[in-house]
Design a protein around this ligand. Structure first.
Ligand code: ASP
Ligand code: MG
Length: 406
């Protein structure tokens, strides 16, 4: 007998019929002799609808009321799922985050979990009750409803699994696991059996959006094994877990791409101490996250600098940069809004040489120009022209032996 935490995402509870399907799955797990705690998201599209209502109501909705509103989506699904299980003859009980309670700080719409009181959960489990807990929401120490940011039910599930020291944390979604790359782009993409937390964080932050990033950070911190799998079939999915030796034998685990960034260059920057700070401080103060940065070697006391920012912040960033350029006497500023970042990810890079070289050679064989490069311990990223995204991902996927032999 095990303690199983299961989380079902929006598409898995998108209709009454799908909620019935979830109830059957939960019942099956319970019938196998397990204790079961279920976390659910709002029905697909529901959170978007609530957010739109808030924005229709006023330009700057109160943060406190925003959380009360968007938390409502999960309240619907916990009750429906619980009703379904009760009608099947099981003991089930729904709980809002504030009823558990799941305590958080007071940062509305992006709250962090501080502590989970497991008393009620344990009592119910002892009585043979299946608990259905609302994802995405908690309560601060003043009793205000808080939410964890979009996709936050994943974090609810991992946090509850950590608090209960559950045997498994299963995250049910509409895909059957984490893939070596986007299967819509590369049909040969294959499902990864197990992936380390570090690799998953890189994949997630690069746009392979299967799990909320914060939930992976949480799992890493508390060593919770996450099993990402589909709610529509019984196949095993992908385990997200601590790195093991087997993982290191794989050179590259996945290829990610990101088309959501723009590139900004500033030319003829005086090569003096303090200039980089002058350029980037206003961006930091405006909350614009800069991703890759390249500074060229200086010639005649001047240098060029290139960096990338999220597309949605490019206009704002350009305004700041043009101002700074004038102030420091730079020669000019340009930007490019049709770039893509292609990354290869793998913990095997730590112990194997020549991986970056294979990447560069593969791109060059296709005549793809590399505009920027950055590396970390387990990742190499290249900026290329956006129109080559698909080609680059496909050839790299093949070059690193990731194409499945279907
Ligand atoms: N319902 C929330 C959202 O759509 C939380 C979640 O689904 O994880 O973002
Ligand atoms: Mg989700």
């Amino acid at each position: 007998m095990a303690l199983v935490v299961q989380k079902y995402g929006g598409t898995s509870v998108g209709t009454v019929e799908k909620i019935r399907n979830v109830a059957r799955r939960v019942a099956k797990t319970f019938d196998a002799g397990n204790d079961v705690v279920v976390i659910v998201s709002a029905m697909a599209g529901e959170t978007n609808r609530l957010v739109a209502l808030a924005n229709d109501m006023c330009e700057f909705p109160s943060e406190r009321e925003y959380d009360v509103l968007v938390a409502a989506g999960e309240q619907v699904t916990i009750a429906l799922l619980s009703m379904s299980l009760l009608s099947m003859g099981y003991n089930a009980k729904s709980y809002l985050g504030s009823q558990i309670p799941i305590y958080t700080d007071n940062a509305h719409s992006r709250a962090r979990i501080k502590n989970i009181d497991d008393k009620k959960i344990r009592e119910d489990l002892k009585n043979g009750t299946i608990l259905i807990v609302a994802g995405f929401q908690g309560v601060d120490d003043q009793g205000n409803v808080t939410t964890f940011g979009r996709g936050g039910s994943d974090t609810s599930a991992v946090a509850i699994a950590a608090a209960l020291e559950a045997d498994v944390c299963e995250i049910y979604t509409d895909v059957d696991g984490v893939y070596t790359t986007d299967p819509r782009m590369v049909p040969q993409a294959s499902k990864i059996e197990k992936i380390s937390y570090e690799e998953m964080l890189e994949m997630a932050s690069l746009g392979a959006k299967v799990l909320q990033i914060r939930s992976v950070e949480f799992a890493k911190k508390y060593n919770v094994v996450i099993h990402v799998r589909s709610s529509f079939d019984d196949r095993t999915g992908t385990l997200v877990m601590k790195e093991d030796q087997e993982m290191e034998t794989v050179l590259v685990s996945g290829i990610a791409y990101n088309k959501d960034e723009d590139k900004i260059s500033i030319f003829g920057v005086p090569d003096q101490p303090g200039i980089a700070a002058q350029i980037f401080t206003p961006l930091g103060e405006a909350g614009i996250t800069v991703d890759m940065i390249i500074q060229n070697v200086s010639r005649d006391g001047k240098t060029d600098m290139t960096f990338t920012v999220p597309k949605s912040d490019c206009k704002k960033a350009l305004r700041f940069i043009e101002e700074v350029a004038l102030k420091i006497g730079a020669d000019g500023v340009s930007h490019d809004n049709s770039i893509a970042k292609i990354s290869i990810i793998g913990v095997g890079m730590r112990s194997h040489a020549g991986i970056a070289q294979t990447m560069f050679e593969t791109l060059s064989t296709e005549g793809i120009n590399i505009e920027m490069i950055s590396t970390s311990e387990i990742k190499v990223s290249c900026i290329i022209a956006a129109k080559y995204t698909e080609l680059a991902v496909r050839v790299l996927h093949e070059a690193f032996g990731l194409d499945s032999r279907k």
